[in-house]
Design a protein around this ligand. Structure first.
Ligand code: B12
Ligand code: SF4
Length: 485
C-alpha cells in the first residue's frame, strides 16, 4: 500500500477528478488523504499535518488559473518534506512543458489520471521505477523523461463512484451544500478556439476514443448513492455538453423521472436543442440549463471563437426554453481582441435579448496552448503575453470599462431598460461595482437551489476567493513563514 496526499491552497469546490482518482486507487488498496493549506492556519501547522500523514507522494490537481497559488505550496513542501510531488489536472495536461520547465513538480500526469496514478502508486509501493509509466513525465538525473499517454480507457463504468467522502467527511460546508455535481461523460466534440477540450483529441490520437460516457444505469446508481448519503436539493451535471446523443439523453431522462424527484440543471449546446428535447428535459426534472453564447456579435463568435452557432439558433432555443418554463443561464465573454466598447455593449444586449434568467459576462482569457492564442499572435491581435496568457489587443483603450460589464449583469437582467444607460453605469465607482459583482451571486444561488444559510456559510468559508479573486494567495503568508524559518 502507498499513500498519496492531495494538497491545495483553499477549498473552492470539490474536484470530481480528484474524487474519481481517490476511489479508484483506494479500491486497489492505496491510501488517500486531502488537505488545504488554508485549513491549517500557519505554514508550520500545515507542514506538521503533512508530516503526520506521512505520504509517499503529494498530489496537486491544478488548473492554469491556480498555478500561482500552488507555487508557494510546492516551495514550502520542497523545503520541509522530502516527498515526490506529482501534478495532474488541466494545467498539467495542457501545459506539461510549463510545469517541467518551472520545476513545479517531480512527476507530471498528462491526460486521464486513473491508470497512471495507480501504476505510480503500485511502483512506489514495490520500489519499482517510475520513469516509464504511460502518461507520466518524470524528472530524472538526465532531465525529464516524457512518456506518451497510454491507451484510453473506453469503459468508464469500470471505475468506482467518486469518493465524495474525501471532501465531505470533514468539510460540512461542502457536504451540506444542497447542490451536488455529477459527471456523466468525458470530452466535447466541438472546436471552440479558446477552449482546451479540442486538444484532448490530438493528445490521444491513435489511442482510442476521447468521447466517453457512463451507462445510464451507472449514473442512476451513482445518483441514488449521492441522494441517500448527502443532503441534496439539486444536482448539476458538469458535463461540457450534457445533451449530446439524444438516445442516451432520453433513456436517462426516463430513468431519472422514474427514480428521483430532485431537480437538476446541466450544460447544453443549443445546436442540439429542439422543442421535443426541451419538453423531455422539463418532464425529466430539469429546471434550467446553461449555455455559452460567448459573444453576442455573431461574426466574432463564429470566426474568432470558432463557435459555429448563428444568432437565430440562440434566439429560437432561448424562446423555447422560456416557453417551457426552464431557467436559462447564458455565458458571454468580452474584451475580445480588438473589441470596441460599442461592440461589447452590442454583445451584451444580444444576450439580454434572449431574456436569460442569469447572464454571466466574463473577460475572455486567451490561454497559451489554445488555438485562439496561436491565431491571435499570428494575426497581430495580441498586445503581449505573460507566462499563461496572451493579452488581447485593446485598440480603443476601453477594456478598463468593458470589463465592468460583468458587474452589471444582475441589474441589466432585472431591469433591461437600464441598458440605455450602460455607458454611465460602467463608470460607477469601484465600491459600487464590487457590490454589484457580489449581487450577481444571488440569482446563481437561486438557480442552484442553494439556501441563504448555505450560501452564507460557503461565502464565509471562501470569502478570500470571492473578495480577492481565484488567484488570491496564501502564498504571501507562506513566504512570510519561510522567511522566518
Ligand atoms: C467543473 C469544472 C469547474 C468547476 C469545478 C472545478 C474542479 N475543481 O473540478 C468550477 C466551476 C469551480 C471551475 C472553475 C474554473 N474553471 Co473549470 N472546469 C470544469 C470542467 C467543466 C469539468 C472538470 C471535471 O470534473 N473534469 C472531469 C475530471 C474527471 O477530469 P479532470 O478534473 O481533468 O481530472 C482528471 C485528470 O486531469 C487527472 N487529474 C486531475 N487532477 C489530478 C491530480 C493528480 C495528482 C493526478 C495524478 C491526476 C490528476 O485525473 C483525473 C481523472 O482522469 C472542466 C472541463 C473538463 N471537461 O474537464 C473545466 C476546466 C477544468 N475549467 C477551466 C477553467 C478555465 C476554469 C476557470 C478558470 C474559469 C474561469 N474563467 O473562472 C475557473 C478556475 C477555478 C479556480 N479555482 O481557479 C478549464 C481549465 C483550463 C486550464 N488550462 O486550466 C477547463 C479544462 C475548461 C476548458 N475546456 O477549457 N471549473
Ligand atoms: S462547447 Fe464548451 S467544452 Fe466544447 S469546445 Fe466549446 S467551449 Fe469547449
Amino acid at each position: 500500500m502507498a499513500k498519496i496526499l492531495f494538497v491545495g491552497d483553499y477549498l473552492l469546490n470539490e474536484s470530481l477528478g480528484v474524487m474519481r482518482l481517490s476511489s479508484y486507487v483506494k479500491s486497489r488498496g492505496h491510501q488517500v488523504g486531502l488537505t488545504f493549506r488554508s485549513e491549517h492556519g500557519s505554514p508550520e501547522n500545515f507542514i506538521r499535518h503533512v508530516r503526520e500523514f506521512n505520504p509517499d507522494l503529494v498530489g496537486c490537481s491544478v488548473m492554469t488559473e491556480q498555478v500561482e497559488v500552488f507555487r508557494p505550496i510546492v516551495e514550502l513542501l520542497r523545503a520541509a518534506v522530502g516527498v515526490p510531488i506529482v501534478w495532474g489536472g488541466a494545467h498539467a495536461t495542457y501545459r506539461p512543458e510549463h510545469v517541467a520547465e518551472k520545476g513545479l513538480a517531480d512527476l507530471i500526469v498528462v491526460g486521464d489520471g486513473e491508470e497512471s496514478l495507480l501504476t505510480l502508486l503500485d511502483r512506489l509501493d514495490s520500489g519499482g521505477r517510475v520513469d516509464d509509466i504511460p502518461g507520466i513525465w518524470a524528472r530524472g538525473p538526465g532531465g525529464w523523461v516524457r512518456n506518451e499517454v497510454g491507451i484510453i480507457q473506453a469503459d468508464l463504468d469500470r471505475y468506482p463512484f467518486p469518493d465524495r467522502d474525501l471532501y465531505y467527511a470533514s468539510r460540512p460546508v461542502l457536504r451540506n451544500m444542497g447542490l451536488k455535481r455529477m459527471l456523466t461523460q468525458i470530452g466535447c466534440p466541438y472546436r471552440c478556439s479558446y477552449c482546451f477540450e479540442p486538444s484532448m483529441f490530438a493528445l490521444y490520437e491513435g489511442k482510442g476514443k476521447v468521447m466517453r460516457r457512463h451507462s445510464v444505469g451507472y449514473v442512476i446508481a451513482e445518483i441514488r448513492e449521492v441522494l441517500s448519503r448527502y443532503p441534496t436539493r439539486q444536482l448539476h451535471f458538469s458535463d461540457d455538453t450534457f445533451n449530446l446523443n439524444r438516445k442516451w439523453v432520453y433513456e436517462f431522462l426516463d430513468e431519472y423521472r422514474r427514480n428521483f424527484s430532485v431537480p437538476f440543471t446541466c450544460n447544453v449546446s443549443v445546436k442540439l436543442l429542439d422543442e421535443e428535447m426541451i419538453v423531455r428535459f422539463r418532464e425529466g426534472g430539469c429546471r434550467g440549463v446553461v449555455f455559452g453564447v460567448e459573444s453576442g456579435v455573431e461574426s466574432a463568435r463564429m470566426e474568432l471563437l470558432n463557435k459555429r452557432i448563428p444568432d437565430e439558433t440562440f434566439v429560437k432555443a432561448a424562446g423555447l426554453l422560456r416557453k417551457h418554463g426552464l431557467a436559462v443561464v447564458v455565458n458571454n465573454m468580452v474584451c475580445l481582441p480588438g473589441e470596441t466598447l460599442d461592440q461589447a455593449v452590442r454583445s451584451v444586449k444580444f444576450c439580454l435579448g434572449l431574456k436569460p434568467t442569469i447572464l454571466r459576462t466574463g473577460v475572455l482569457k486567451i490561454y497559451k496552448g489554445t488555438v485562439l492564442a496561436g491565431s491571435v499572435v499570428r494575426d497581430g491581435l495580441s498586445a503581449g503575453e505573460d507566462e499563461f496568457m496572451v493579452q488581447a489587443r485593446d485598440d480603443e483603450g476601453s477594456f478598463y470599462l468593458i470589463k465592468n460589464l460583468g458587474a452589471l449583469s444582475f441589474l441589466l437582467v432585472r431591469f433591461p431598460f437600464l441598458a440605455r444607460f450602460i455607458g454611465g453605469l460602467l463608470r460607477l465607482p469601484e465600491p459600487i461595482l464590487a457590490f454589484l459583482r457580489l449581487l450577481n451571486n444571488w440569482p446563481e444561488m437561486q438557480f442552484y437551489s442553494i439556501s441563504k444559510a448555505q450560501g452564507f456559510a460557503y461565502f464565509a468559508h471562501s470569502r478570500r476567493v470571492f473578495v480577492r479573486g481565484m488567484s488570491s494567495r496564501a502564498g504571501v503568508v507562506i513566504r512570510r513563514g519561510l522567511a522566518s524559518r
